[in-house]
Design a binder for this molecule. Sequence first.
Ligand SMILES: [Zn+2]
Length: 239
Amino acid sequence: MSKKYKNKICVYCGNESSKTADHVFAREFFLLTKRDNLPKVPSCLCCNGQKSQLEHYLSSLLPFGGQHQDAKTNLTEMVPKRLSRNQRLHEELNRNKSYSLLRDSSAQVVTSMVLPFDGEKLLTLFEYITKGLLWHHWQTLLSDEYFVQTLALTRAGEDFFQNKFLNLYSPNRVSVTLGGDTFRYIGAQGVDDPRISAWVFTVYNGVRLSESGTDLGETSTKIGALTGSKRLLEKLPLA
Ligand SMILES: [Zn+2]
């Protein structure tokens, strides 16, 4: 492994010495042919292990809701193998699946399979991803006095997020698509404090995230993330 990732500070916990290079976006989310040049960061073994637990779960689940063609390919070619190695998750999904009516991308009402989905796991994974990208793009580490807050964005929430945070002046902005649009994100870094940042992520061109699964109303398809000092968090209108 290159020296770039070893014996550095782990970007996720900000404490331990790194032992490995972690893919910020796990390779298993991508088709085999679309895994080149994925960002990597220094990670300790503990954070790497906790993050990969989330990745195993989510790479089995998210392709079911993805609107991107690769999500469908992933679903038919890779997910069955993954689930055959994780019998417990497979049975849990089978036991709890249901069907409900949803609107598809052309606003048609369609029957859709709804799987039980632990949204907390998704938001926690994106906390890791946000920290990873702060380091990957700007070599910024968050210390204990800083937070990462992630949330599922409705359409209105996305506009609010864009206007309130991402449109603010920032010399450091990124707009990236990875693996043929498997992941897409935009990020902007604070001017006064590099540890302040805002991000919007799109997974598989929009994954339907509906925890109730029964309403025809709005579901969120994007994830927003903010980092900043804990003092700042109390003033944010997020709760
Ligand atoms: Zn760590």
